[in-house]
Design a protein around this ligand. Structure first.
Ligand SMILES: Nc1ncnc2c1ncn2[C@@H]1O[C@H](COP(=O)(O)OP(=O)(O)O)[C@@H](O)[C@H]1O
Ligand SMILES: [Mg+2]
Length: 246
């Protein structure tokens, strides 16, 4: 059997005296979709940020496709290209058009010619449903459209794994589904994904596994069906009861 795509092993992460990640062990197989959920401050964003090395770890190892995360330099830039990241705030370059936002990375990092990068970018923008907005600036698009551009921009780097950190939390309710639909499509196409979200509908539709975090630890892991209907830990039961009544 092929080795897992992402292996997080015995990872500890401190911010000064504060320990944000404790004894994290997590493996994600190729094509697997893992939803990470848990209360605010439980370390979900920190986990995502350590996986593409926006944050260093105190100890432990993280490997992507068999390679340990490089500390810096060109090797790190290449690794970053393999790990796509979509944040709650879309982080598009406001002075660049939608098309330029998507072609920038492929031209600079993958070394594509402009015409080739634009062809790929237009295909990706079509795939996320904003192909007709290519020449606009980000501010001219709705939040849902901007987030779909952010997904296209990450995909343009041909990542092996996509990380999503609460990608719909900043969106108006009517825009949430258009972003989740794109993510469900990606999951069905076989993309390996780690998704921090409290959208249970997405988890049920697309996730192979739910990982529940609290206080910097992975408290339990189960299939979505199992987790949402029969959570084992008191922390998860408490968290889910609050999620449902809101
Ligand atoms: N740069 C930082 N410096 C110090 N503490 C941080 C930093 N980033 C996050 N933390 C702390 O680490 C904990 C986990 O944060 P985070 O990973 O953002 O949680 P979550 O995404 O689950 O809400 C929180 O207590 C937070 O205050
Ligand atoms: Mg967070």
């Amino acid at each position: 059997m092929a080795e897992p795509l992402v292996v997080v092993k015995d990872v500890q992460k401190h911010y000064g005296d504060f320990q944000a990640l404790k004894d994290i062990d997590l493996t994600v197989d190729r094509g697997e979709v893992v939803v990470v959920i848990g209360p605010s401050g439980s370390g979900k964003s920190t986990l995502c940020r350590t996986i593409n090395r926006l944050e260093t770890i105190t100890s432990g190892t993280i490997t992507i496709d068999g390679k340990e995360l490089p500390k810096e330099g060109k090797a790190l830039a290449n690794l970053r290209a393999e790990v796509g990241m979509v944040f709650q705030s879309f982080n598009l370059f406001s002075h660049l058009t939608i098309l330029e936002n998507v072609t920038l990375g492929p031209i600079r990092v993958r070394g594509l010619k402009k015409a080739e990068a634009e062809k790929e970018a237009r295909e990706l923008l079509d795939r996320v449903g904003v192909g007709h907005q290519a020449s606009k600036l980000p501010a001219q698009l709705s939040g849902g459209q901007q987030q779909r551009v952010a997904i296209a921009r990450a995909l343009a780097m041909r990542p092996k794994v996509m990380l999503f950190d609460e990608p719909t939390s900043a969106l108006d309710p009517e825009m949430i589904n258009e972003v989740l639909d794109v993510m469900v499509g990606l999951a069905h196409d076989g993309m390996t994904m780690i998704v921090v979200t409290h959208e249970m509908g997405f988890a049920r539709k697309a996730a192979n596994r739910v990982v529940f975090m609290a206080d910097g630890q992975i408290v339990e892991q189960a299939t979505p069906e199992e987790f949402f209907t029969r959570p084992k830990s008191a922390r998860a039961k408490d968290f889910l009861s609050k999620l449902i009544t809101h």
